[in-house]
Write a protein that binds this ligand. Structure first.
Ligand code: MF3
Ligand code: CO
Ligand code: CO
Length: 274
């Protein structure tokens, strides 16, 4: 079964969770600067999530149940060659030129909102900025492929095609996921694929799109902490993520930030109610 918002209450619950997750990324931006530790960013987000917006940080103590220890922090912070699932640490201080992904998942009234964005620390190099920009474009192109009747392969194909055009590689071991009352649900949303393949997309489905692009080769490895995913060649990696709701004729971006213009992609704003 795929994650699906079947009632108006489900849709409103997912909208609220999505908006609140986005607000965490809006809050933290001004704190991202050289000298700040990723653990300090975690603490600011944790306090905000618990005290200001009255949510539960889904990553904290999250388990995958395969002999992996519970995730020990409230957000993921992935710097430079860290692909995803970086663990905030007081020893990891941001430096001028770093690129950083902050990935936030909040639970509100049982519903999950999951979103991440890239931050540039101080003055970043042009090639790093290009990777970050193209990865965000991949996210948007993937979302634009979403509509009832399209397939998950259409999303992956849109992402893979744009990444390859810029000679970046797509990480294959991790993908987007159904989301709702469950954090990681069916379907698995691959960031590569062939048009018209994979499961059909239906109105009411809620899932994430969260492409990871590498500047070098696609291969990854997992560090002994069992969480941190890094590029094998230690070249840079970038990721952006949104939670979306499939509407009558497109996708509503539930985790949209104020800095993003769209509310609905591939459809009309007037149709934003699913
Ligand atoms: N937020 C991540 C995702 O996009 C999952 C993080 S799981 C954690 O799916 F335990 F590492 F936090
Ligand atoms: Co996710
Ligand atoms: Co996430």
């Amino acid at each position: 079964m795929s994650a699906k918002a079947t009632t108006d209450a489900d849709i409103e619950g997912m909208r609220r969770a999505g908006r609140l997750a986005a607000s965490v990324l809006e809050m933290i931006g001004e704190h991202v600067k050289p000298g700040v530790s990723t653990d300090a960013l975690n603490d600011l987000c944790h306090r905000y999530i618990v005290d200001e917006i009255d949510c539960v940080p889904a990553p904290l103590n999250y388990t995958t149940g395969r002999g992996v220890p519970p995730f020990p922090r409230s957000i993921c912070t992935s710097v430079n060659h860290v692909v995803c699932h970086g663990i905030p640490s007081s020893k990891k201080k941001l430096r001028n030129g770093d690129i950083l992904n902050i990935d936030v998942t909040v639970i509100k009234d049982g519903y999950h909102g999951d979103t991440s964005k890239m931050f540039m620390v101080g003055k970043t190099q042009a090639f790093a900025e290009r990777l970050v920009r193209v990865t965000q474009e991949c996210l948007y192109l993937g979302i634009e492929a979403i509509r009832p009747g399209a397939t998950l392969g259409d999303i992956g194909h849109a992402i893979e095609t744009h990444a390859k055009a810029h000679r970046f590689s797509v990480v294959e071991e991790f993908g987007g996921h159904g989301i709702g009352k469950i954090f990681h649900d069916d379907p698995h949303v691959m960031h590569y694929g062939r048009p018209g393949t994979g499961s059909g997309i239906e109105q009411g489905m809620t899932f994430t799109v969260e492409p990871m692009l590498n500047a070098g080769r696609r291969h990854i490895k997992i560090l002994p902490d069992r969480w941190t995913v890094v590029t094998r060649d230690h070249k840079l990696s970038a990721q952006w993520e949104h939670t979306i709701l499939v509407t009558r004729n497109g996708a509503e971006v539930l985790t949209r930030r104020a800095e993003e213009a769209f509310g609905q992609i591939a459809g009309h704003a007037a149709d934003a109610t699913a």
